[in-house]
Ligand binder design. Structure first.
Ligand code: ZN
Length: 317
């Protein structure tokens, strides 16, 4: 009989579901769907919605709940190793035992819960850009900067569920502006989409010759990377600064956990090689000899990484 795993990647605007069917050693995602979220629902309301959606889809696809071998859930906040979410501003959650609640609501005994950026790293290792590896670090460059560390095939959660907060590695102690976390000089202030735009806007008035000058408030990270690719000097300077900080952060990470490979994902990573090549250059400049020349590659799964990682977290092979 077919076994099923369900992955749910929960975000502030939607929860993405994947239904994974396993038979023998074969398996694939048979269905995907999503449910809107508000980021404001009380935890029991949101978790109730997720459980109802799982049960409804199982009826629709003729799956008995006893065939569901596991449910994996990704949450955009810190999660400890017991599946308890420890305050998640993105979802308006305080301390919520998501694993125990979802066990009760779904009737599925095997429920696993992880941080969304961590499970995305696991997804990339299982089905994406880090297939075949067991020790990887993924950095997600989006609106913010997230990360995931996988050691020996398992997510490194940390004692407070907040390991791999790579976006808040200090890369510039002399920064005067504050990061969203309250500190200053965090990687996120330079390498996220908002960070790159922040950097560019700072001195844009001194650079009327740049194509970025006329963009005004609509200036986006994509504009900056596109301009750099076509040789705009000011844009190149901004990108160089951004990837330098990224390279510094990666070299610090390598000194701590020496992964086999780094994956770079998230919306900003769509800029592609300009980020990879820059990060490699500065990574090697700042790394110990024994750690130089590591593979730094683009993530491959895009928005599905989290959902697939949840399926894997629940135990799918
Ligand atoms: Zn920060």
């Amino acid at each position: 009989m077919k076994k099923y795993y369900i992955g749910v990647d929960v975000g502030g605007t939607s929860a993405k579901f994947g239904l994974y069917a396993e038979q023998g050693s074969e398996g694939n995602v048979e269905q995907k769907w999503s449910v809107p979220t508000t980021g404001k629902d009380a935890s029991d309301v949101l978790l109730g919605k997720l459980a109802d959606s799982i049960k409804e889809k199982c009826v629709e696809y003729n799956i008995d709940m006893s065939q569901v071998a596991g449910v994996g859930i990704g949450i955009p906040g810190p999660v400890d190793d017991k599946g308890v979410v420890l305050n998640c501003a993105n979802l308006n959650f305080g301390i919520v035992p998501v694993k125990d609640i979802m066990k009760k609501l779904t009737g599925v005994d095997n429920v696993a819960v992880g941080n969304d950026a961590n499970v995305a790293a696991l997804g990339e290792m299982w089905k994406g850009g880090a297939r075949g590896y067991t020790d990887i670090v993924m950095v997600t460059l989006g609106t913010g900067v997230g990360g995931g560390i996988v050691v020996d095939g398992k997510i490194h959660v940390g004692s407070a569920g907040a390991a791999a907060e790579i976006g808040h590695i200090t890369v510039e102690p002399n920064e005067t502006e504050s990061c969203g976390c309250g500190c200053h000089g965090c990687l996120e202030q330079y390498a996220s989409a908002t960070g790159v735009v922040r950097l560019a806007k700072k001195e844009i008035n001194d650079h009327p010759e740049s194509v970025l000058f006329s963009k005004g408030d609509s200036l986006s990270a994509k504009d900056i990377f596109d301009a750099a690719k076509s040789g705009d000097e000011y844009a190149c300077k901004i990108v160089e600064r951004s990837v330098r900080y990224l390279g510094i952060a990666l070299s610090n990470i390598a000194s701590v956990c020496d992964p086999q490979l780094f994956l770079i994902g998230g919306g900003v990573a769509a800029a592609g090689n300009i980020i990879i090549e820059g990060a490699k250059k500065y990574y090697d400049e700042y790394s110990l000899k024994a750690l130089k020349n590591k593979e730094i590659v683009l993530a491959e799964l895009g928005n599905d990484a989290g959902m697939l990682g949840c399926i894997r977290l629940a135990g799918a092979e």
